[in-house]
Design a protein around this ligand. Structure first.
Ligand code: SAM
Length: 285
């Protein structure tokens, strides 16, 4: 197996620093540096870009990113036990790795990064989804990041890239696909991690579009999609009743049959309905 750097193998790093995996921090480590280098190549050439990495742990993906040529990596890690191992990585790549000890949900990384900025992470499911939603719903678009390369449980990855009409299609698909190009870059079996999780994982790559795919007010669209998919088995005329007093008329106005269910409604149609609702009642949001 080709070496990606001169640092010790990750198994040795974990043993030397006593990094036994903690379930509470969602720790499932990637030990194959060729695999982490492969994930690091998903965003493309990083030599003129900064990378924000969340949850570097013992540094597998961090080393992949640095070996692949990232200009700078800013890594935010909650588990202080990982800091000495990450210091060794920083020494091997002088001036290119900055580590912040803290919770990624609380730290504002922007003052530490220079655009263009890519985000890469192998995160626990709950934190990952919360951060993804935050990154996809900033106050202004385009966001501060150019692309996101994120490891998720395969089932979550499938919800992000799901097409209209599929079982996985829902709020996450709309949120992601409205303003990004989203695709699954690779799928990994449980054995790729130590300890092995119960399910397969997948790396999703999301590239920010310069502008939303279709115009719509983000707040209106978000309310609409939440209501539609909260009761996805119901017909739209029932699930969207709380959104507008005359929802049937609004649906008909944009050519959506009120007896359809949420999972049959395309992103373009949701955006058209959001615009219609705003036009009909500008103050309803
Ligand atoms: N990147 C490493 C890898 O691929 O082997 C570790 C991945 S492990 C799935 C998740 C990492 O995220 C752990 O190192 C864990 O301590 C860290 N973590 C968990 N919650 C976090 C949070 N809220 N903020 C920052 N790091 C967090």
């Amino acid at each position: 197996m080709a070496q990606i750097d001169t640092l010790p193998p990750l198994r040795q790093v974990i043993a030397e620093h006593g990094l036994s995996a903690k379930k509470s921090l969602g720790q499932n480590f990637l030990l194959d540096l060729n695999l982490t280098a492969r994930i690091a190549r998903v965003p493309g050439d990083l030599s003129a870009a900064d990378v924000l990495e969340i949850g570097p742990g013992p540094g597998g993906l961090t080393r992949g990113l640095l070996a692949s040529g990232a200009r700078k990596v800013l890594a935010i890690e909650k588990d202080e036990r990982c800091l000495p191992a990450l210091s060794q990585v920083a020494e091997a790549y002088p001036g290119r790795l900055e580590v912040i000890s803290g919770d990624a949900l609380d730290v504002d990384p922007l003052g530490h990064l220079t655009p263009p900025i890519h985000i890469a992470a192998n995160l626990p499911y709950n934190v990952g989804t919360e951060l993804l939603v935050r990154w996809l719903t900033p106050a202004v678009w385009p966001p501060f990041w150019t692309s996101l390369t994120l490891m998720f449980q395969k089932e979550v990855a499938e919800r992000i890239v799901a097409k209209t009409g599929s079982k996985a299609y829902g709020r996450l698909a709309i949120l992601a696909q409205w303003r990004t190009d989203a695709e699954i870059a690779l799928t990994l079996p449980p054995q790729a991690f130590v300890p092995a999780p119960k399910v397969h994982s997948a790396v999703v790559h999301l590239r920010a579009l310069p502008a939303p795919r279709y115009p719509a007010n983000p707040t209106t669209l978000s309310r609409l999609v939440a209501a539609a998919f909260n009761q996805r088995r119901k017909m739209l005329r029932a699930s969207l009743k709380g959104i507008s007093g005359d929802i049937e008329a609004q649906l008909n106005e944009v050519g959506i049959d009120p007896t359809r269910r949420a999972e049959t409604v395309s992103l373009e149609e949701f955006c058209a309905l959001a615009r219609q609702l705003d036009a009909a009642s500008p103050s309803h949001v």
